[in-house]
Design a protein around this ligand. Structure first.
Ligand SMILES: [Zn+2]
Ligand SMILES: [Zn+2]
Length: 111
């Protein structure tokens, strides 16, 4: 920590360093250092942070409709799968219509 007083700015060799960048660990003068999100960073690191933030924000915006479409598709697939398995689970008597005749079996039990 005491070394800070003897450090010089990375960009300005004649100027005394006032702070150390938390990202690249280099020393900088008052002019070269800046604060971002309550963290002390140099100008070049700030640019990197800003670019990364812009890129992730853009990606987030692009991802949302894709996610919605995918989840909608998945919901459709699951829905039709459940309907299909429900139809398959039905007894054969349902398909040949004999299921509906059963309530009337009592009245025509002669066979
Ligand atoms: Zn830096
Ligand atoms: Zn400087």
């Amino acid at each position: 920590m005491a070394a800070l007083a003897r450090q010089r700015c990375l960009h300005h060799g004649s100027r005394e360093a006032v702070a150390r960048c938390l990202d690249c660990r280099q020393f900088f003068c008052r002019e070269c250092i800046t604060e971002h999100d309550e963290r002390v960073v140099c100008a070049s690191c700030l640019k990197k942070v800003a670019q990364a933030a812009a890129k992730s924000a853009r990606r987030r915006v692009n991802l949302w409709p894709v996610l919605q479409t995918a989840s909608g598709l998945l919901l459709t697939v699951v829905f039709f799968y459940l309907v299909g398995s429900a139809l398959l689970a039905l007894p054969d008597s349902f398909h040949d219509g004999s299921l509906w005749e059963q309530p009337f079996v009592d009245s025509s039990d002669s066979e």
